[in-house]
Design a protein around this ligand. Structure first.
Ligand code: DP6
Length: 352
């Protein structure tokens, strides 16, 4: 499929309407870090879609009023966010030709704490794209469920790259790779269910809130710094190569190799930040303390507790429900919670 396949049809009938949609967040296992023009990823990525961390959005579209966007986050008006959405809507007009023909009032809230540092752009843009496709269905009446989801993923990507993976449950791939049929740089695709070992279908993600508040460097700026990073090409190549072992691991359930690969991806992401010019570090002392404790715990118990990181200081604790989870949870409560700011932890599971 190409961008041309998503161009919107010119005959539509618009009317005032409110739609509501919800979209979960996701956590990448092979990371997207670096992109080209028009939100084309420099390498393919794969993520788990979460279950509880979600954005709920209602979108009121009012005809007979000039194009404008008003946004409320948890009831509070957010002018900066509205400006971002206005720009985004102008940018996607060719895909939804009715989009600039009315006024929008968008109310959005996250099920996770506001200042937690959990990325809200993925679930946020995912929910907005779903709302837009709900309006589109009502104005043009021509979407199959499958087409509509794919276009929502395509549109979400143009808002925030990782958002395109949030439209599907389970494991989701974004970015062309020979290892995954139908994969595309333009939208996310679900990783085939029969290629995933049962052990990976019942997984926890407990997010330790190490540092609440604004990050020092945004993801967008971070991606941009890959343009001049001397290690970038090697990194993109490595991410592409990592799909080969990832595919084998997902099939045969090799937890040890999975842990090694996922932690390597997380540390590589942060190593890239440290090797950028200017360099930046998003991990905090607590992040490193938690990582070291996880490694000690694994050495001592051989239990499958491991981590991944987003572009921030929080630690995503990953562990399967395979009989050892109670011992792992007890360890987290006793040893790791103390490294968070206010005993902050968001307990989520992967959505299959
Ligand atoms: C580190 O999707 O937030 O979470 O496309 O500029 O909006 P933009 O960036 P964003 O980048 C997320 C990067 C990451 C890794 C990942 O989710 O793959």
């Amino acid at each position: 499929m190409t961008t041309q396949d998503f161009i919107g049809k010119e005959n539509f009938t618009i009317h005032t309407q409110t739609v509501s949609e919800s979209c979960p967040s996701n956590i990448a296992l092979i990371k997207y870090w670096g992109k080209y023009a028009d939100q084309i990823p420099a390498n393919p990525s794969i993520s788990y879609t979460l279950n509880h961390c979600k954005t709920n959005t209602s979108m009121e579209f009012i005809v007979d009023e000039a194009f404008s966007v008003q946004t409320f986050l948890a009831g509070n008006e957010e002018v900066k966010f509205a400006e971002k959405i206005e720009k985004y809507f102008k940018n996607i007009e060719q895909y939804l030709p009715w989009i600039l023909k009315g006024k929008y009032v968008i109310r959005t809230e996250n099920t996770f704490p506001h200042s937690s540092g959990i990325a809200s752009s993925a679930s946020g843009f995912g929910a907005i794209a779903k709302c837009l496709m709900a309006l589109d269905a009502s104005f043009t009446g021509r979407n199959s469920e499958e087409e509509s989801l794919r276009k929502a993923s395509f549109l979400a990507r143009l808002g925030s790259g990782s958002a395109c993976r949030s439209l599907y449950n389970g494991l989701v791939v974004w970015g062309k790779t020979d290892e995954v049929e139908e994969s595309s740089d333009l939208f996310g695709v679900q990783y085939p269910d029969d290629e995933i070992h049962e052990v990976f279908k019942n997984f926890n993600d407990w997010v330790l809130l190490i540092h609440e508040g604004q990050k020092s460097v945004s993801s967008t700026v971070g991606h941009g710094l890959m343009n001049t990073n001397p290690y970038a090409e090697r990194r993109f190549q490595e991410a592409r190569e990592n799909f080969v072992p990832m595919k084998e691991i997902l099939k045969n359930g090799d937890m040890e190799r999975f842990i090694k690969l996922v932690e390597h991806e997380a540390l590589t992401l942060h190593a890239m930040m440290m090797m950028s010019d200017p360099a930046f570090i998003l991990m905090k002392t607590g992040t490193l303390e938690v990582i070291n404790k996880i490694w000690d715990f694994r050495r001592e118990t051989r239990l499958p507790l491991f981590f991944t990181l987003d572009a921030g200081a929080n630690v995503h604790l990953l562990f399967p429900n395979n009989g050892s989870e109670e011992q792992i949870k007890a360890f987290i409560e006793a040893e790791l919670l103390q490294h968070t700011q206010k005993n902050g932890v968001v307990k989520d599971v992967m959505k299959f």
